[in-house]
Design a protein around this ligand. Structure first.
Ligand code: HEC
Length: 293
């Protein structure tokens, strides 16, 4: 049984908030989140279990729901009994596509569900083993997987402010092209994304790479991405799934996070682990902790 309460604020919500904080809109957004976080008591709008032949009930699986044609993906995590629940008010009635994230597993079945007004829906999800693919990796998993010296690898931490490391590892840029990419990235406002590729004003620049490292970092990335080969030349290593305190069963919270993307993006696979969270009470002060990874 999953109870209701505090709210997960993951990276996207924080990035949106960071961008909007100085404005009135930022205040409204936070007020909205804080209010939702305190809404309690109503039964979940969608719930179910996550199981597989190999493990039985599965804890720490990210379950995402995205309404057809919507740009919003809402994600929750399964508890120790393999149960997940989307809080009331988080999903409007409509046709939804469900997706999961659990490394080495894929959804067995179509994962579509209709949510009708006023009647909670149930979807019990079966997972089947699948090979680990690069689109399942989180930033921290890319950093663990990529070979090479820490002083070069560390440079990637300056890139993941705005987008995933996957963008970089799946690119086909050569060394020289990377030097141009670094230059372009230096012209974006902190927290810019594909949805909002906001440029810095005038000639202002925030170089994401130390100029003294640029050449060697470009060499490094071009050796690891797909510029010279169709598949990555290193093993994809994944972190263990969240357990215990990191899943809802051990605390009186139903946690969720919301991510906005282009409605045309086909994949709704959740890409980030719910490792970072803050409680409803700490969402209201002006400083929001930055998640690790
Ligand atoms: C301040 C925000 C920001 C930072 C920091 C940043 N990027 Fe980007 N990046 C963007 C935005 C916005 C886009 C999409 C628009 C575009 O491609 O110009 C993007 C797109 C990309 C792409 C895909 C497009 C392409 O040309 O292949 C790659 C690759 C990339 N970035 C590499 C990097 C690398 C490498 C770093 C770190 C050295 C980095 N980015 C740091 C904002 C950023």
């Amino acid at each position: 049984m999953v109870s209701m309460g505090a709210t997960v604020f993951a990276r996207e919500a924080q990035m949106i908030a960071r961008r909007l904080l100085p404005s009135v809109l930022g205040g409204l957004l936070l007020a909205f989140f804080c209010q939702s976080a305190t809404a309690q008591g109503a039964p979940p709008v969608l719930r179910g279990t996550v199981t597989s032949d190999r493990e039985g009930a599965m804890e720490g699986v990210l379950v995402s729901a995205r309404r057809q044609g919507s740009a919003i993906t809402v994600t929750v995590v399964s508890d120790a009994k393999g149960e997940y629940a989307f809080p009331a008010g988080r999903l409007e009635p409509g046709a939804y596509q469900l997706a999961i994230r659990a490394s080495g597993y894929g959804l067995d079945g179509a994962g579509t569900i209709e949510i009708a007004a006023g009647s909670p829906a149930t979807a019990d999800l079966r997972l089947k083993p699948v090979p680990v693919t690069s689109d399942q990796l989180t930033n921290s998993e890319w950093l663990t997987s990529a070979p090479g010296p820490d002083e070069l690898k560390r440079g990637l931490l300056n890139c993941t402010d705005c987008h995933s490391a996957q963008r970089i590892f799946e690119s086909k840029h050569t060394r020289d092209e990377f030097l141009q990419v670094f230059d372009r990235m230096g012209g974006y406002y902190s927290g810019a994304s594909d949805l909002q590729p906001q440029r810095l004003v005038g000639d202002h620049r925030r170089p994401p790479v130390n100029p003294a490292m640029a050449q060697s970092f470009a060499d490094y990335l071009a050796a690891l991405n797909l510029s010279a080969k169709p598949v990555h030349g290193f093993d994809l290593k994944t972190n263990p799934r969240p357990t215990g305190r990191a899943t809802p069963s051990s605390s009186p919270n139903t946690r969720w996070r919301e991510r906005k993307s282009s409605p045309t993006t086909s994949s709704s696979t959740p890409t980030a682990a719910c490792g970072s969270r803050t409680s409803a009470s700490s969402c209201c002060p002006s400083s929001i902790p930055t998640p690790a990874g």
